[in-house]
Design a protein around this ligand. Sequence first.
Ligand SMILES: *[C@@H]1O[C@H](CO)[C@@H](O)[C@H](O)[C@H]1NC(C)=O
Ligand SMILES: *[C@@H]1O[C@H](CO)[C@@H](O)[C@H](O)[C@H]1NC(C)=O
Ligand SMILES: *[C@@H]1O[C@H](CO)[C@@H](O)[C@H](O)[C@H]1NC(C)=O
Ligand SMILES: *[C@@H]1O[C@H](CO)[C@@H](O)[C@H](O)[C@H]1NC(C)=O
Ligand SMILES: *[C@@H]1O[C@H](CO)[C@@H](O)[C@H](O)[C@H]1NC(C)=O
Ligand SMILES: *[C@@H]1O[C@H](CO)[C@@H](O)[C@H](O)[C@H]1NC(C)=O
Ligand SMILES: *[C@@H]1O[C@H](CO)[C@@H](O)[C@H](O)[C@H]1NC(C)=O
Length: 568
Amino acid sequence: MRPSALLPALCALCALAAGRHAEPPVPSPSPHPAGRLQASFEVSIEPAAPVVEHGGSIRLTCRTTCPDPAAKGNLETSIRKHNFQSGPGETSVELINVTEWHSRVLCFYTCAGVRTTVWADLVAYRALEQPVLEPVPWMEEGESRNVTCWVPAVAPVRNLSVTLGWGAETLHTETFEHDARLGPHRVLVTHGITARRRHHGQNVTCQAELSLEPHGPHLSSDAVPAALAVYEFPADPELDPEIHLEVNETANVTCAIRTFFPEAHFTLSLDEQPLPASVSEDGRRAVAELSLPQPGAFRLLCAGRVGPKERRAQATVHVYSFPEPQLHVSTASLAAGEEVTVQCALPAGHSSPLRVRVRVRGGGGRPPTRWDPSPLRWTLVAREEDDGAELTCEAAVPDAGKAPKTSAPVRLAVAYGPRMDEAGCPRRQNWTEGQEVTLRCSARGNPLPRVQCAQHGRPFPVAEPQTAARAHAGTYLCRAANRLGETERVVEVLVDYYDPPVLLAVLVVVAVLVAAILAGTGYGIYYRKKKIREYKLQEKQRQLEMQPLAGRSPEAAAPNGSVPAAGP
Ligand SMILES: *[C@@H]1O[C@H](CO)[C@@H](O)[C@H](O)[C@H]1NC(C)=O
Ligand SMILES: *[C@@H]1O[C@H](CO)[C@@H](O)[C@H](O)[C@H]1NC(C)=O
Ligand SMILES: *[C@@H]1O[C@H](CO)[C@@H](O)[C@H](O)[C@H]1NC(C)=O
Ligand SMILES: *[C@@H]1O[C@H](CO)[C@@H](O)[C@H](O)[C@H]1NC(C)=O
Ligand SMILES: *[C@@H]1O[C@H](CO)[C@@H](O)[C@H](O)[C@H]1NC(C)=O
Ligand SMILES: *[C@@H]1O[C@H](CO)[C@@H](O)[C@H](O)[C@H]1NC(C)=O
Ligand SMILES: *[C@@H]1O[C@H](CO)[C@@H](O)[C@H](O)[C@H]1NC(C)=O
């Protein structure tokens, strides 16, 4: 087929299709709903879709357009008729006490020997009763649950719609148009919801609507709303599981709930007796004050309630009597290397959770012993460093976060021989000539050793202020001694000193010589011969006097160990 021939053929098909849609619906066989044109007249029922409340009454009218005023017609129904009326081309009837949920009403007229019948379905409805929303119990955050609303005795069910909502939001609408039941039935509507905190306090609503329009009423009824209550309480309250208290000590116990919604209630009790507690402003903590006059173990219970849920935490309160700990040391005075036995104990009658330990302060530093039950015995071998250390006996409940109680201290005196070191007796000591200095040399030891120093066998006072002289330079032997022994140490003393500059000294000598020569020239004429031997002797003597200043080199000064300051 050529393309030019295809187009008109398609258009013909289009026209055929359009014509078929434009045609009136194919009539159903008689009898049929009102309004069917037959021959030259029409028969109709008014109202076309009659609706009546169950037990009520309704007026129905059958009309014809037959021009013959004598045309005969009637209404037929199984329901009791009342007030039958008839006029030209019109027949009316009132149906009373309609108790059939569904009935068919026939209407017919005979016009010019032709009988035409139409029918209408009469539907009885029941006044809508208030729907009932089943109460929604407390819901845990995240929990899913069905909310149920039921409408008692609805008729006809197919015209019912039920809407569930929460807050301003529509959750679910259910209709029943395919429900063929005509009599009254209870209708149940269910919808799953998942609770969130934001829904707390919102109302779940249920609205039932029975729509019978246009020939009947539109009825609507709301259920009493059900308020949603959402809670969250995922974990048990927090309470210290072990609480330690001294007899008559006052302490606060705290029970805390970290996560809760909407609010938490606390109940505290001690051995089944309610315990008054105050709740913090943010509602997370309850604090109760405890003070018990008797030692023992008590059960503390904290119950938290959020919404419908209760969670509990339990603790044991240990109440103990706490006497002063006592320290006994076998000997406080001993020699290094000897043993000392330490006993750290609580008097009889103390409670079991208490532990004791020995603590050493000062001396060479020793860690405390570990916490042990009373009485604690400890033997230590005295070291030199332990001299002067203070021992105490401590008692506490370990890890209870409370300061321990401490006995009176015992100070150890450890005897040991003399010890000299660089700190107390430096091996090199630098002095400066003319300054006030001391020879530093001290020794440790118990009893305190006596220290003596000597240079070339000559005693030299230790730790006594001296004016440094270059003769002090040299090597000293220091000796420390107490009754436990003695020790020696060599100390070298250096003395710094300062000499006038050599050049200046030479110039002075030259100047003096020149002056002497000039003077000698004046007097020389007269005395020359007489005094020449005497003059030469004098000059030689002067030169000899000056020689140590002018002629000595720095190296030449070194033998005695002192170092002169560098001259110009
Ligand atoms: C309506 O009909 C019912 C049962 O058919 C009957 O029990 C009732 O008395 C009637 N009511 C009236 C007002 O006639
Ligand atoms: C809610 O109802 C549906 C159907 O009625 C059921 O399958 C489901 O298990 C119900 N859910 C709950 C949480 O009860
Ligand atoms: C929920 O419904 C109750 C009862 O009708 C009403 O008093 C209350 O105000 C409603 N609450 C909210 C949040 O709408
Ligand atoms: C009531 O239900 C009938 C049957 O489903 C339907 O023909 C009619 O239109 C309905 N009325 C309304 C107002 O929905
Ligand atoms: C316990 O707490 C209260 C207030 O919460 C405070 O006044 C009181 O001093 C506390 N007691 C102790 C022993 O800490
Ligand atoms: C504790 O307190 C009570 C009453 O205040 C007193 O009788 C008792 O002796 C106290 N106990 C101790 C160990 O202090
Ligand atoms: C003392 O002097 C010498 C030599 O000048 C030097 O090496 C040393 O470091 C000095 N010592 C002190 C402690 O000043």
